[in-house]
Design a protein around this ligand. Sequence first.
Ligand code: R5P
Length: 297
Amino acid sequence: MTTPLVIGMPGNDAMTLALAQTLDAEVGQVEFRSFPDGETYLRYLTDLSERTLVVICTLDRPNSKFLPLLFAAATARELGAAKIGLVAPYLAYMRQDRRFKPGEAVTSRQIALLLSNAFDWLVTIDPHLHRYSSLGEIYRIPTQVVHAAPLISEWIRAHVENPLIIGPDSESEQWVSSVAKDVGAPYTVLEKIRHGDRDVEITVRNPNHLKDRTPVLVDDIISSGRTMIEAVRLIRARNSTTPICIAVHGVFADNSDQLLAHAGARVVTTNSILHDSNVIDVTPALAAGVRKLEVSP
Ligand code: R5P
C-alpha cells in the first residue's frame, strides 16, 4: 500500500496536518491563488501519479469553495491519481432535502451528484440526515458517516456537573438521546416552529423539567443561531445556571456566535469548522472513517 497523499483545500490547513499525522500520510503541496478577475489558479507541486488522494475541504459557506474543489479533483484525475477521496467534515446543503414549495431546487441531491462524479468516496461527520435515512439515498459513491455524539458525551462528562441534556427541536432527539444515555443524564426535547430563515419559535411542554441542573443544549448545526438563541432565552427564564450550547458544526452565520454569547450562553463546538469555540477534536473519528474506506489504491 502506498502512503496516501492528503491535500488541503484553502482554509483547511489545521485539519489537513492533523489528519495526515493521524493517518501517517504525506501532505501534498498545491498552489492556489486567484487571478485578478477572481478565477481560480491551481497547480499541484507534488507528483500525483498512482497516488491515493485524501482531499480535505469543510463545506461551510460552500459556494466559493465548490468550483476550486471540483477543479482540484478533476486535475488530480488528469494527472493520474489512482483514487480521490473527499473528507468534508461539514457537508453543505443537506437541509435542502425536499421541494417544500413547487419549483424549488432540491440542492442536496444536486451537490451529491456533483461530488459523486468528482470523487471516489466521501467521509463526513454528522451530516443533517432528516428526510434522508442515509447518504446512500443521494450519493453514488461509498460514504462513511462518523458521529460526534461519543466525543460530545466525553466532553460533557469531563466538564459539566449535573447536566440536563436538551434538544432544541424534535430533529435533535437523535443526538440528544444518545448523548444523554452515554453521560447518564436526563434529557428533554423542546418544540420548534420555524416561520422563516431567521424566525424561530421555541416552546416547552413541561417547563419544570428545565429548572434544576446545568442546561446543556445539543444540536447538529448552529447557523443563524436563532434556534439556540430562542432556546437559551426560554431556559434562562427558568434556570439561573449559564446554559452550554454544544453543536457539531458551528457555521455561525449572522455573527450568531456573538449573539449567543450576548444571550448568556457558553458555546462549544467540534473542529469540523474552524472557530474559537472548537474544543472537541473530531480528527481521530474522521481518520477512522477514511481507514474504513481503504485508502490503498
Ligand atoms: C435544523 O433542523 C437543525 O438541526 C438546526 O437546529 C438548525 O439548522 C439550526 O439553524 P439556525 O441556527 O439557523 O436556527
